[in-house]
Design a protein around this ligand. Structure first.
Ligand code: WTA
Length: 645
């Protein structure tokens, strides 16, 4: 692993919100007296009724309960919109860049207020009340943001479903959240291709009926409207006023549910609440991106993921920032698109995923170098470990050796960034997420839960609570406790492995559970397996990750067919299509190996460790195979392994 060090550029140390000395002082204070620290930080948002209690947290098995600022009241939409009106009504809140480079627009805070209020009034007029769950299945258009903020405004709980998910996945999420309304668009547009969003919602609603579907017109494509259920947003919006009072919400009232994959079962509904979440995302957005008034900030994520929630919508808007929202993809119409957009809108901060960097790297330097990128001052990375080679390329080619890179480690569950460099304070080591953010107390533990000191490698846990932490798994608090607080009592278990070096820098090594990270997207191996075995010809399936040059990890599936069924190329294609239909394109297996048998213990448990090693090409490291019921299975697997990358 690279140990090259990048010093803080002198100009940064002078102008940034934080220097190394300030970081150390504030970090020490945040750990020594969290109540005092967070009491102060809570003031960065406006409260209707101030809080007197700051932290009320128990990680005790069977009694896990997490509350921040619990007696305060506020409203997230008020904080992201109304409170800026006095000083920023004319300032751009959102720059929207369409899939087609000829399409873009700017939405001021004044306009944002009217749009959010209208959307909120449309929700009310269609029966949505405080506490109701609203499913949002939208392309990357400003209306997605309006819809989220409109829910927050009236106290409804949104559940955004990524636009790449299949009708079945939407249906599961509608059912789990018992949501009666879906907000969608006629079609999405990505890389010049249309995405049939409304048709997908129609198919989902066959399985999970809803009372109302609000449809935003994006492409004007022909879609079926069901009488009594479907309404056009523009028609509804024409009937309502542009003012809607923000509901007074308790700090611990739910703000949103976001489904994410775990090691077992169906995706979990991660629940985030109001006050602590907003304080945490606003604070991290300001410090990690060293945000200063007037800057143009661009996070390339989709609002369907937590990165989009926290760092396209809530964090930036709470800070009165200008946030760029991009509908398209990095390679359309040309492979220079990201950098063209940077030049077009004079972007100062650019935050993306390593997978994007690795795929652009493949096309060489010229598509980057033909653009200017003079406005860039800071680069960011999120979603998966960034390999030092990609880091160096990002730094040298994209950032012209001038822009620090913040490699931010966090999770859907953590709400906001947890381990990260701070650009004016932290010397960088390519591939390391470096040091903890304020209030975050990471620890490394071994399998027995022993806390490891100094330079060490182990499982990453967080010893204290922080305001952005998830509060529960929606509708299943027991699963919340079991997943995150049972492996290591009194600590939050992240599911990640991690190394700490002699300088106290953290290096995330990847998941230690049955979750794989494909192009920065979390995928539960159990989900893909259950999609595969739902095919009538499949008897058994085991899915593991393997190293993939661009995606980080690829999906490797071992499939055993029903007796009498024959493997073929056609069947392989059919199985990939089947998984895409069941979950969505992001879950497509990269490689499928037909296996007459899977390695099992005598008690019938699949030995995934062996399957992982075979997929990783590490045949010599299979370890102990003596507990296998039939060792010959392994020889067959090795002989027929699929080629990769
Ligand atoms: C991984 C995305 C290394 C990690 C915000 C984590 C990372 C999972 C990094 C969460 C990083 C995220 N370095 N690994 N900078 N950021 N991860 O919930 O395995 O989609 O547990 O949240 O992504 O993925 P999620």
């Amino acid at each position: 692993m690279s140990e090259k060090i990048y010093e803080v550029p002198a100009a940064w140390a002078k102008k940034a919100h934080l220097t190394d000395a300030k970081y150390k002082k504030m970090y020490a204070a945040s750990i020594k007296d969290p109540d005092k620290f967070w009491a102060e930080q809570g003031k960065r948002i406006d409260w209707f009724k101030p809080y007197s209690k700051v932290r009320n947290v128990s990680y005790k098995p069977g009694k896990v309960s997490i509350k921040w600022y619990e007696d305060g009241t506020t409203n997230v939409s008020y904080n992201c919109v109304d409170r800026h009106l006095a000083t920023r009504a004319k300032q751009t809140a959102i720059i929207w860049e369409g899939d087609d480079p000829s399409e873009s627009k700017k939405i001021s805070y004044g306009q944002l207020y009217t749009e959010v209020c209208k959307f909120a009034n449309v929700l009310k007029a269609n029966g949505v009340k405080k506490g109701d769950r609203v499913t949002i299945y939208m392309p990357m258009i400003p209306e997605a943001t309006y819809a989220m903020l409109a829910c927050a405004r009236i106290g409804a709980v949104h559940s955004v479903v990524f636009g790449g998910f299949s009708p079945d996945s939407i249906a599961n999420r509608i059912e789990d959240a018992t949501s009666e309304m879906v907000i969608t668009a006629d079609e999405g547009l990505r890389g010049g291709r249309k995405v049939p969003l409304k048709a997908n919602v129609d198919a989902a609603a066959e399985k999970a009926p809803v009372k109302t579907v609000i449809v935003v017109k994006r492409t004007g494509g022909d879609v079926a409207m069901k009488d009594g259920r479907d309404v056009w947003y523009h028609e509804e919006a024409a009937k309502v006023s542009g003012h809607c009072p923000p509901a007074e919400m308790k700090a611990e009232d739910p703000l949103f549910i976001l489904y994410t994959s775990g090691s077992t079962g169906k995706p979990k509904g991660v629940l985030h609440t109001t006050g602590g979440y907003l304080v945490y995302v606003a604070m991290t957005h300001q410090y990690v991106f060293d945000y200063h008034d007037g800057e143009i900030y661009w996070c390339t994520a989709d609002v369907g993921w937590v990165t989009g929630h926290s760092y396209i919508v809530y964090g930036p808007l709470a800070n009165g920032a200008t946030t760029l929202m991009f509908e398209g993809i990095p390679t359309y119409p040309t492979i220079s698109r990201f950098w063209d957009v940077v030049d077009k809108h004079k972007v100062n901060t650019f935050y993306t995923a390593p997978t994007a960097i690795r795929s652009l790297m493949g096309a060489g330097e010229e598509p980057v170098k033909r653009t200017k990128r003079k406005s860039l001052r800071l680069l960011g990375s999120v979603g998966e470990p960034i390999n030092p080679e990609a880091w160096e390329w990002y730094h040298r080619v994209v950032g012209d050796d001038r822009c620090p890179i913040v490699d931010t480690w966090w999770q859907t569950e953590t709400g906001g960034i947890m381990i990260t460099p701070l650009p004016g304070a932290t010397r960088l080591k390519p591939g390391s997420a470096t040091r903890p953010f304020f209030g975050v107390k990471p620890e490394l533990v071994d399998a027995e839960g022993k806390v490891l000191e100094g330079a060490a490698e182990g499982n990453l846990v967080i010893a204290e609570s922080w305001p952005g932490q998830m509060r529960t798994v929606y509708g299943d608090h027991k699963r919340f406790e079991e997943t995150y607080f049972s492996a290591y009592p009194n600590k939050y278990f992240t599911g990640d492995g991690c190394r700490r070096d002699a300088d106290g820098y953290y290096w995330i090594t990847g998941r230690v559970d049955d979750v794989i990270n494909v192009s920065g997207h979390r995928m539960g191996t159990a989900e893909v397996e259950s999609a595969l075995v739902s095919h009538p010809m499949v008897s058994e399936a085991a899915v593991v990750g393997y190293p993939h040059d661009i995606k980080g990890q690829g999906i490797y599936a071992y499939v055993t067919l029903m007796t009498g069924e024959k493997s073929s190329e056609a069947l392989r294609k059919e199985l990939v299509a089947h998984v895409r239909k069941e979950i969505g394109p992001i879950a497509s297996p990269d490689l499928i190996q037909f296996a007459p048998g899977l390695p099992k213990t005598r008690s019938g448990k699949i030995m995934r460790r062996i399957l992982r090693k075979i997929a990783e090409d590490e045949f010599s490291a299979l370890g102990d195979t003596s507990t296998l019921a039939d060792p010959a299975v392994v020889d067959d697997l090795i002989a027929n392994r699929q080629n990769k990358r």
